[in-house]
Ligand binder design. Structure first.
Ligand SMILES: Cc1ncc(COP(=O)(O)O)c(C=O)c1O
Length: 413
């Protein structure tokens, strides 16, 4: 695609967009260009009705009967099967439950128990911090574990892999820069050393096609509130390759992961298959919103999604390069070969982002100096990308970001 040089050319791209029809399925506030669907996805219209139904009918009228009549007990597995195609998993390999952090804890301990004689865990220094914190928490409960960090002191994956490594946890797409790992190649390299690999898919699920089984992945975790539009705090997911299921011994062995929870036995007996990753009672109102959103995803062609995402990322990057030159902005992300996001470095990135948000263009900021823009092909248009860059140029050119109200940071950036 040659970069459009006018807004009208962007409009032409929107007319030819095979995903254009999906935009009408989302609630998008007037006067807002939303470039933060990589943090919290937009509200699907169908979610409002599905949540209302869950609250008023299933809870209000069905009461406790809804555990059976509305299929509440099976929601984690049912939604797991509906989500599975988005990451290239098979039926019975994904369960929707808990948060990404909690699921990572369960997966890391399970993986360590599957490699009991190995005492090294590997992660990335650029990883989303919760992954590092959870791994430290998990290994801190056990004796004698050592952590090696890819990216620390220039270390590459090949420098830290050897036959002492039990598990490697990697972010498929870097949350800051958008860098995308080659999942097949990296997984194969980890396996050559006999270690297990866990992929954090938070920034790739719903952003691009993911193929866990084709790549031979052992475990994966991810959230559903970003590109999947499941709503604030929506339940996360765990993938475990079916070949591992019988060996999985996860530490948060609650009653919903029991083989026969309503037998109320004294001893824990894990459920067969992926259900053993469940722990306690699911947050069913949140599941309802996710369920509605998955109804949209089932109709999305993931290759068309990837093509539009890459086109939008390239368009944004090219326009920033052309129109925001000379204002101290550096493009940090790959051009269309990474995830569905672009990071721009600016010494006063926080203030610039705040001023941009006041202009109706919503992105976010990641310390110390990155402005982050997410491109969600289901509800964004090419003209939005054009208009966003014009707004950014205006904020930079007028230096409106220097206003004192942008000087102090809010709790959430
Ligand atoms: C890569 C990655 N992993 C994990 C998380 C956090 O997961 P949660 O807070 O839902 O447990 C995030 C949140 O943004 C993330 O970007």
């Amino acid at each position: 695609m040659t970069t459009p040089t006018t807004r009208a050319e962007c409009q032409q791209l929107d007319f030819g967009d095979p995903l254009a029809e999906f935009r009408a399925e989302f609630v998008l506030p007037d006067g807002v260009i939303y470039l933060d669907g990589n943090s919290l996805g937009a509200l699907p219209r169908a979610a409002k009705e599905r949540v209302r139904e869950t609250v008023e009918d299933e809870w209000g009228q069905g009461l406790i009967r809804s555990w059976n009549t509305a299929g509440w007990f099976d929601k984690p597995a049912v939604l797991g099967d509906r989500l599975a195609p988005l990451i290239g998993a098979g039926p019975g390999e994904v369960v929707v439950c808990d948060s990404t952090s909690i699921n990572l804890f369960k997966v890391v301990i399970s993986a360590l128990r599957m490699r009991p004689h190995r005492k090294v865990v590997v992660a990335e220094s650029a990883s989303f911090p919760t992954d590092l914190y959870v791994m430290a928490g998990a290994t801190g409960l056990l004796d004698g574990y050592q952590r090696r960090l890819v990216g620390q002191d220039g270390q590459q994956l090949e420098d830290v892999l050897d036959d002492d490594v039990a598990v490697v946890v990697l972010n498929h797409v870097d949350y800051r820069t958008g860098h995308l790992h080659d999942m097949a190649e990296v997984t194969a390299r980890v396996h050559e050393h006999g270690a297990l690999v866990v992929w954090d898919l938070c920034h790739s699920v719903g952003a691009l096609p993911v193929r866990v089984n084709e790549c031979g992945v052992d475990f994966a975790v991810g959230c559903t509130y970003k590109y999947l539009n499941g709503g604030p705090g929506s339940p996360a997911f765990v993938f475990a390759a079916s070949r591992h299921h019988d060996a999985i011994d996860q530490p948060l062995s609650g009653w919903h992961g029991h083989a026969a929870p309503f037998d109320f036995t004294i001893d824990y007996q894990p459920a067969p298959g992926i259900d053993r990753f469940r722990s306690g009672t699911p947050q069913l109102v949140s599941y309802a919103a996710l369920e509605a959103s998955l109804g949209i995803w089932e109709r999305v062609d993931l290759d068309a999604l990837r093509a539009k995402s890459q086109a939008m990322v390239s368009l944004f990057t090219d326009l920033v390069e052309q129109q925001c030159a000379g204002f101290g902005v550096e493009i940090v992300s790959p051009r269309g070969t990474g995830g569905s996001q672009v990071a721009l470095r600016h010494a006063d990135g926080y203030a610039v982002m705040c001023a941009l948000i006041d202009r109706g263009v919503i992105g976010d900021f990641r310390a110390p100096d990155l402005m982050r823009f997410g491109f969600t092909p289901l509800y964004l248009q090419y003209v939005d990308v054009w208009d966003a860059v014009q707004a950014l140029r205006e904020v930079l050119a007028t230096e409106s970001w220097r206003h004192s109200r942008y000087a102090s940071r809010a709790t959430v950036t």
